[in-house]
Design a protein around this ligand. Structure first.
Ligand SMILES: N[C@@H](CCC(=O)N[C@@H](CS)C(=O)NCC(=O)O)C(=O)O
Length: 231
């Protein structure tokens, strides 16, 4: 059974949703990133980047066990293994990969930086918050344009590109986004949110989600010396 080393964050949710959509059996191994479990030797043996998600598939390619990190690579692997969630038409497949890369290189990092500077940074730096806030709005405009003319990001088929992007677009109020300004993104969001597999995916470890402000100890692990110690 596939082991999923994970935590209930947008990057973790991508993998939970894909596994639920594909109906692949999996075992959740919680990695509490606020408590520093991402730095434990057993997790570092799977991913040198000490970030969730990561998977271990004892039945990898050619039956050889496989450890994999980076949510985009994991989604491609799972889609290929499950034989779904990636269009087979060559042009649509590339479109799916293109929007997956757009999420991995744009939406994820930019929304993440916005969250950090707007919600967690000890000092509120107007230039930085404005820069990432503008980038969040710009990326929503790109999604809006794409989804105004297409049912899904890859084109006509629901795919791992949607699964990668959805967890970052949900809870838009956290990013100062009103989806009423992006009607096609709202239509796409609501349709995906209503899928039973998506609802099961975002419920994984939901009871572990951070409630209220971060403690000083969590802050130190995520943003202090523990995070940046050479390992
Ligand atoms: N590019 C990576 C990003 C993974 C990532 O940033 N994961 C966060 C949670 S969403 C994490 O593990 N953070 C732990 C930390 O910052 O120490 C991916 O998509 O897998």
């Amino acid at each position: 059974m596939i082991e999923v080393w994970t935590w209930p964050t947008p990057n973790g949710h991508k993998v939970h949703i894909a596994l639920e959509e594909l109906g692949l059996p999996y075992k959740v191994i919680p990695v509490n990133i606020g408590a520093g479990e991402q730095f434990k030797p057993e997790f570092l043996a799977i991913t040198p980047n000490h970030r969730i998600p990561a998977i271990v598939d004892p039945d990898g390619p050619d039956g050889v066990p496989l450890a994999l990190f980076e949510s985009g690579a994991i989604l491609i692997y799972l889609a290929e293994k499950g034989g779904a969630l990636m269009p087979s038409d060559p042009a649509q497949r590339l479109s799916c990969l293109q929007w997956l890369m757009f999420q991995m290189g744009g939406v994820g990092p930019m929304f993440g930086q916005y969250n950090h500077f707007a919600a967690y940074a000890p000092e509120k730096l107007p230039y930085v918050i404005e820069r990432y806030g503008n980038e969040v709005q710009r990326l929503h405009r790109v999604l809006e344009k794409r989804l105004a003319g297409n049912a899904y990001l890859a084109g006509s088929e629901y795919s791992i590109a949607d699964i990668a992007t959805f967890p970052w677009v949900r809870n838009p109020e956290r990013r100062g986004i009103d989806l009423a300004s992006y009607p096609s993104v709202a239509r796409w969001h609501d349709e995906i949110a209503s899928r039973p597999a998506v609802q099961r995916g975002v419920a994984v470890l939901a009871d572990h989600q951070l409630q209220g402000p971060m403690s000083d100890a969590e802050r130190e692990v995520m943003f202090g010396k523990t995070q940046f110690t050479a390992r």
